[in-house]
Write a protein that binds this ligand. Structure first.
Ligand code: DMJ
Length: 583
């Protein structure tokens, strides 16, 4: 394999702009209260998690079957929704709802490693500037003290269940790095070096492994320059490739890491693959080709794109299900929430990540969004804009928490939209943010339900008991952050601060943070799970919301669907191995 011509002569590590150096603002000597508060949330949760990993995870790397965890993060469950794979009344696929995802570990710092990270050319990001309207007044010093106490309290908390995959350790790495928690970052790195091994007889979700593990490892690599993360990402990606061995090249949802045998979820429309799963591989796979020179990854995802481009779409919409044997659509359900969501997100981000040269991706995104607007987006009686779900020609007036990410997506895609519709899409993003904020504000806990209706006089509230839970999801805060970046309207920080306080008040438990089962109950019960995306996404987006814009600027970094930042690839006239020039 020859190295791709586009790689910098000094090595393959960091494309321009050099991550780390130019991308982070200067250090301030002190942190503000709000900044300390969010930092303590993250630190507390991560340390809690790692305590368990350190003391309770087996050292051996070969296990007959992951059982976390794995059942939760990587193997489908039937019961809820998730950005890529939850459907109404039905299925938790990707780790949501599993009982044992949080892990606890006492983390130890290491000056030697710290020094290594501080090598020239690999500077540490300084603490971000935080300016929190409404927060400084609302945050009392006693609140901060409570944060510290909580942090101390969870350091040696008792873990529940057992995990052998370390999902949260990997998922949280870049959050730790971004916040300057480098001792914890190095402990995570040490765990990965010593324990993370994919030579196991385990069946995993291709999508989840890609967004959480490969995405997390790649971001950790780009930020820190530590080769181990790249090596692990590539090893893992190799294990996923057999999933693409289907008659159409549309990958199976699951693959056995040892045997390479793939299969689909039993519940998914007659053995179909899921749009948001096979459509959420592009960013990571393009980076894998970029970093390794191996064209296989790029070719796999471009093949998916080409196949989709040839297919007829009912009403211009992409159904959530596609059969990998026949290449035909399954049920004609379309969603911008579970089962569909990140497919649309990755079209836009493929364009952004390519330095806006991948115009095919942009056009596909624009066409898809146009159809979504025409068929799925409506205003409620009181004027709330919502995104419903399309089911066999009928619009279900229900919106998932997962769908709330779309506000941020519309804002991110505003610049570059066809015609002079940039203002329109920014406005649409603002309307979705407002609706999703209402879904939080209309609860007792001020935390959003899993799904909410716009029907029979009901607006932005959950009706069914099994839609009233909040599992530490990030999508609403994600949208606040994007809207903040593009408008600097202080209400987004205000809303983010409300969510921060609600999470601290109602989700903090002795062992970390937990989801709650009913956001309309003043006495909620916990689900006893700290999802890995809480550290990867929810707290990261909150931290970014209260930071200055030059912390991971959006013209240099594109966040994968699990909030792992990957750099924009400025390829100039070069092409990726396995591609023709897109110019
Ligand atoms: C995350 O794992 C990702 O954002 C995914 O795309 C959808 N669901 C969760 C968070 O809710």
């Amino acid at each position: 394999m020859t190295a791709p011509a586009l790689l910098p002569p000094s090595g393959r590590r960091i494309p321009a702009p050099a991550p780390g150096a130019a991308s982070f603002p200067h250090h301030r000597a002190t942190l503000r209260l709000s900044e300390k508060f969010i930092l303590l949330l993250i630190l507390g949760a991560f340390i809690t998690l790692c305590f368990g990993a350190f003391f309770f995870l087996p050292d051996g790397s070969k296990h007959k079957r992951f059982d976390l965890g794995l059942e939760d993060v990587l193997i489908p469950h039937v019961d809820g929704m998730g950005r890529a794979g939850r459907q109404s009344g039905a299925h938790v696929i990707h780790g949501e709802g599993g009982p044992h995802e949080h892990r606890h570990r006492c983390l130890l710092g290491s000056q030697a490693l710290s020094n290594r990270l501080r090598l020239p050319g690999n500077p540490l990001p300084p603490a971000p500037v935080v300016d929190t309207p409404g927060a400084s007044g609302g945050l009392k010093s006693s609140h901060l003290e409570h944060g510290k106490d909580g942090y101390r309290g969870v350091v040696c908390g008792t873990p529940a269940g057992n995990s052998q995959m370390g999902a949260t350790i990997v998922d949280a790495l870049d959050t730790l790095f971004m916040m300057g928690l480098h001792d914890e970052f190095r402990d995570g790195q040490a765990w990965i070096e010593q324990n993370l091994d994919f030579s196991v007889n385990a069946e995993v979700s291709v999508f989840e492994v890609n967004i959480r593990f490969i995405g997390g490892l790649l971001a950790a690599y780009y930020l820190s320059g530590q080769e181990v993360f790249k090596a692990k990402a590539v090893q893992l990606a190799e294990k996923l490739l057999p999933a693409f061995n289907t008659p159409t090249g549309i990958p199976w949802a699951m693959v056995n890491l040892k045997s390479g045998v793939g299969r689909n979820w039993g519940w998914a429309s007659a053995g179909s693959s899921i749009l948001a799963e096979f459509g959420t591989l592009h960013m990571e796979f393009v980076h894998l080709t970029y970093l390794t020179g191996n064209p296989a990854y790029y070719q796999k995802v471009m093949h998916i794109r080409k196949l989709l481009a040839k297919m007829e779409r009912p009403n211009g919409l992409y159904p959530n299900y596609l059969n990998p044997r026949t290449g035909r659509w399954g049920q004609h359900h379309t969603s911008v929430g579970g089962l569909g969501d990140s497919f649309y997100e990755y079209l836009l981000k493929a364009w952004l990540m390519s330095d806006k040269t991948d115009t095919e991706a942009r056009k596909t995104y624009d066409d898809a969004v146009e159809a979504i607007e025409r068929h799925l987006i409506r205003k409620s009686n009181s004027g709330l804009t919502f995104i419903g779900e399309w089911k066999n020609g009928h619009l279900e007036r229900k919106m998932g928490h997962l769908t709330c990410f779309a506000g941020g997506m519309f804002a991110l895609g505003a610049d570059g939209s066809p015609g002079d519709k940039a203002g329109h899409y920014l406005q649409l993003g603002a309307e979705i943010a407002h609706t999703c904020h209402e879904s939080y504000d209309r609860t007792v806990l001020k935390l959003g339900p899993e799904a909410f209706k716009f029907d029979s006089g009901l607006e932005a509230v959950a009706v069914r008991q099994n839609e009233k839970y909040y599992i530490l999801r990030p999508e609403v805060i994600e949208t606040y952050w994007y809207m903040w970046r593009f408008t600097h309207d202080p209400k987004y920080r205000q809303w983010g601060w409300e969510a921060t306080q609600a999470i601290d008040r109602y989700c903090r438990v002795s062992g970390g943070f937990s989801g709650v089962k009913d956001v309309y109950s003043s006495n909620p019960t916990y689900d006893d799970v700290q999802q890995s995306f809480f550290l990867a996404e929810t707290l990261k987006y909150l931290y970014l919301l209260f930071s200055s814009d030059d912390l991971l600027p959006l013209d240099s970094w594109v966040f994968n669907t699990e909030a792992h930042p990957l750099p924009v690839l400025h390829l100039g006239n070069a092409t990726l191995p396995g591609s023709e020039s897109r110019r």
